[in-house]
Design a protein around this ligand. Structure first.
Ligand SMILES: Cc1cc2nc3c(=O)[nH]c(=O)nc-3n(C[C@H](O)[C@H](O)[C@H](O)COP(=O)(O)OP(=O)(O)OC[C@H]3O[C@@H](n4cnc5c(N)ncnc54)[C@H](O)[C@@H]3O)c2cc1C
Length: 483
């Protein structure tokens, strides 16, 4: 009998719960402590309900951590880049990578896709569309029961007794304070900074340019001449998007004379590297991160071919833009290959690590250690960009720049800012299966050790009967007497 997609998804959810029961996916409850949530502290607040935040919330739930609160500034179903600022057709990640499922087969992307479209459709699929990926994450969230407080922005972080005081601001501007023992910043690719905007671009009127992280429609580019800064993947996403809504001409300007061809994430995807990069000495991590950041992210073959097929697409490689100015309502680009004009500028310039760009982090700058505070690289191996990255501990925790700032280690940066310290295990699908167990292991350890004396008290008071000899107390006494 033919079943509907909803019926098949329902059956899949039941199968997922059955599988979780079979593998004891959810551990037994932790012993209750006397005045457990003293001071009204949440055990963990997770800021960000995207791929990472949902996976970490699921893993904490499996480890029996109570009082976990997840927030996201986005509306429900619009978390992350997938249906907001992303403009590519498909993810770059291979479809077979395991993600938030954390090993439960019926929670995988494949099971969800096959339930909806059948096994043949999965076999025929090259890469998952970004819209389907978002639909899968939304289904996953509902199936494993992760509650999220959406339209809630974390706007500041301060120390508090036994934890942190967070200022949460709602869409209507109302704010309140929430306290927690640990905070996870699952805030994505710009979680430790923001879009990289060259100074010469900032000098132009904002109406003249758009960065790839802006979730806006670009229909206004129809019939117009567009210039793109950068030759990496987001620049090709821009090119295809602009050409397909009818831009007259799209010219991509890239400093490098050649296009990036190698996806560094493909090399990193082995247990030694993803599992133990974080355990390497500082200088080795510095050297790996230096090499890693030298790889630019190539476009997908599909995006590249799509752009090149279009007669209005021009690539100016080895052509850095030296100066930008407005010229009679148009943008004048002074480049290595001469002067060009465009109606609008699209930035494929990526992101930078800079706490000053984030309201919730600016207050942490003075207290937080960065790499230049912990490592003086050998001569010739300096790297100003890396030196400004946060120097994180093995549980993604911020490290204090001075003794009075120990409280910052309750903040765990599970975002792109963690790469130099822990490797690519918190910035996408590939490393997720290594990053999530590492941060959750650290959180569970911290929550237990911080309360170990209270667990000792709880054990001392423990008298749960697990055996009933079926005889009264005073009989027991007589038996002793007898014995
Ligand atoms: C265009 C684009 C394409 C990409 N393609 C891929 C790909 O194919 N494969 C891949 O592995 N990775 C890809 N990435 C990397 C991508 O960032 C990550 O894979 C993914 O988004 C990481 O998930 P996340 O949950 O860590 O972050 P996100 O999905 O970005 O989620 C972070 C969430 O945090 C919320 N947030 C941020 N700050 C606050 C705050 N102060 N208060 C409250 N909420 C906040 C945001 O609203 C957002 O919902 C791509 C990134 C972009 C931008």
């Amino acid at each position: 009998m033919k079943t509907t997609p909803d019926e098949r998804l329902r059956a899949l959810e039941l199968r997922a719960h059955d599988e979780m029961a079979r593998v004891e996916a959810f551990c037994a409850d932790w012993p209750k402590l006397v005045d457990e949530d003293r001071h009204g502290l949440h055990s963990v607040v997770i800021c960000g309900a995207g791929l990472s935040g949902l996976s970490i919330a699921f893993a904490l739930k499996r480890r029996g951590i109570r009082s976990v609160h997840v927030i996201d500034q986005s509306e429900e179903g619009r978390e992350g880049p997938w249906i907001t600022c992303a403009r590519m057709q498909t993810l770059r990640s291979p479809k077979y990578l395991s993600g938030p499922d954390l090993g439960i087969p019926s929670l995988t992307l494949r099971s969800w896709y096959e339930a909806l479209n059948g096994a043949d459709a999965w076999d025929a699929l090259d890469k998952i569309s970004r819209q389907d990926w978002m639909a899968y994450l939304t289904w996953f969230r509902g199936t494993v029961g992760i509650d999220v407080e959406n339209s809630t922005m974390l706007s500041s972080i301060d120390p508090a007794e036994g934890g942190l005081a967070l200022t949460l601001t709602k869409g209507d501007g109302a704010s309140r304070t929430m306290t927690c023992r640990h905070l996870v910043m699952a805030t994505g690719i710009d979680g430790c900074g923001g879009p990289r905007i060259p100074a010469m671009v900032r000098a132009l009127p904002k109406s003249a340019w758009t960065h790839s992280n802006e979730p806006i429609s670009i229909d206004f580019l129809g019939g117009r001449d567009v210039a793109i800064l950068g030759g990496g993947t987001s620049s090709f996403d821009w090119a295809v998007a602009a050409l397909e809504i009818g831009a007259r001409e799209v010219t991509m300007f890239a400093r490098s004379a050649d296009l990036p061809r190698t996806e560094v994430l493909a090399w990193t995807n082995f247990p030694g590297f993803l599992g133990h990069f974080a355990d390497l000495p500082d200088l080795e991590r510095w050297r790996f991160a230096h090499l890693y950041f030298n790889f630019k992210v190539p476009p997908t073959q599909e995006q590249y071919d799509r752009a090149c097929r279009h007669p209005g697409f021009i690539m100016q490689l080895g052509c850095g833009v030296r100066e930008l100015s407005m010229d009679g309502g148009k943008i004048r680009l002074t480049t290595a290959n001469g002067i060009f004009h465009a109606d609008h500028l699209l930035l494929g310039t990526g992101y930078e690590i800079n706490f000053a760009l984030r309201p919730e982090l600016v207050g942490l700058i003075e207290a937080t250690a960065v790499w230049k505070d912990r490592l003086q690289p050998p001569q010739g191996e300096e790297n100003a960009m890396l030196a400004g990255h946060p120097y994180l501990g093995p549980g993604f925790e911020l490290m204090p720049r001075h003794a009075e700032a120990g409280w910052v280690s309750r903040i765990h940066m599970f975002n792109a800012g963690a790469l130099a310290s822990l490797g690519p295990i918190s910035n996408g699908v590939t490393g997720l299966k290594y990053g999530v167990p590492r941060i959750v292991g650290a959180l569970v350890k911290a929550l237990f050790i911080e309360d170990s004396n209270r667990y000792l008290e709880a054990l001392a008071a423990y008298d749960e009967p697990h055996f009933d000899p079926g005889i009264d107390e005073d009989v027991t006494t007589s038996r002793e007497v007898l014995a």
